[in-house]
Design a protein around this ligand. Structure first.
Ligand SMILES: [Zn+2]
Length: 80
């Protein structure tokens, strides 16, 4: 069997002591703390969306991936 990264949707938190994963419980308007470069708006977090929390700030998964708080590389421990 080959390592099919494209079909692997698992994500790994690089610093699980300080970053925690949550599923948004309600529909109250909350935004991702970070906006992507070149973007004018903050990312609205939807009910049920999985987001990360770090020092009281919420991050959508896209931003968490961009700033390498999470990774798709399940072997990252071996490379760090
Ligand atoms: Zn975001």
């Amino acid at each position: 069997m080959t390592d099919d990264v494209d079909n692997d949707h698992r994500l790994y938190v690089l610093l699980p002591d300080s970053w925690t994963a949550h599923a948004k419980q309600n529909s109250t308007k909350e935004y991702c703390y970070r906006k992507s470069e070149g973007e004018e708006h903050f990312h609205l977090l939807m009910k049920g969306e999985i987001y990360l929390m770090h020092q009281g700030e919420k991050y959508c998964l896209n931003c968490a991936l961009q700033q390498e708080a999470v990774t798709r590389n399940r072997m990252h421990w071996q490379h760090s």
